[in-house]
Design a protein around this ligand. Sequence first.
Ligand SMILES: [Zn+2]
Length: 330
Amino acid sequence: MHDLSITRRSLLCGSAALTATAIMRTGIVGSAAARAPLTGTQAPSFYRFRIGAIEATVVSDGPIGPMGEPSSAFAGVPGAEIGKMLSDNFLPTDNLVMEQNVLVANTGDRLVLFDTGMGATKMFGPTTGRLLQNLQAAGIAASDIDAVVLTHAHPDHCWGLTSEDGKPAFPNAQIYMTQADFDFWTDEAKLAQDAMRPMIEGARRNLTPNRPRITFVRDGQELLPGIQALAAPGHTVGHTSYLITSQGQTLCFAGDVAHHHVLSVERPRIRFVFDTDAEQAVSTRLRIFDMLAAQRLQLLSYHFPWPGIGHVAKHGDGFRYIPSPMRTTL
Ligand SMILES: [Zn+2]
């Protein structure tokens, strides 16, 4: 039986000794003599992978937040339990991190964007609105996008339809979404409700002028070759996931079926406070995760840790999220 504490101590002593030797040899101490300044920036956020013959690229719009105290976003479970689950997974307990993983699928004859990020508004924090620059870094021109497919009409999913100057950000794209979400979020009558007004105003700014370019999708419909709508209501009235299939491989662009890779997966019955109908969202989450687990289908979850691609497997009365290994070759 090894005594790990002794092993670790001797390792530390060893590395300290090495450092001391290095210092004596070079005469360099500390970072003042570093030859390059700190960059202070992250690498461009795009990640490419294949779904059969489809070339898929996850492109980030930047994380939402800071979201603050994680337990404030979840209901039906004591805050201390949320804190323990996060801490057991080596995650911060004082802030909820939610990425925005947008997907571009190049099917060979169409370039399809799934969700659009926040656009220019900073309503959900200062680090959003990076989609266009990350698309450019990925070598994808916004004007080449043929179709924009929306999971739902929340700010972080459809407000990127309009550029800062008020022009369409994807001028050559047909837009696909459910009529239920269009009607709900562009409803003028809801402008009278203070809590709803900012969301309705933003949806109206992004969706109403684009109405002639919008095609409404139905559950089960193959809206584009290899792309099928899968009704997933609850988070919003018309929230929809999409199954993208090529050569026998399928990816589920899940949207907001789940908001956290630990909390909403291991405890899928925990309610998310920003759901329109949280109970319905729970049963949708259970149904879709059951299907993904049984069929071993890969999912891309919009708010999961970058790039949000992985699988869910049954585990107890919940699930487990297993991120797919990121590959350095295509
Ligand atoms: Zn969202």
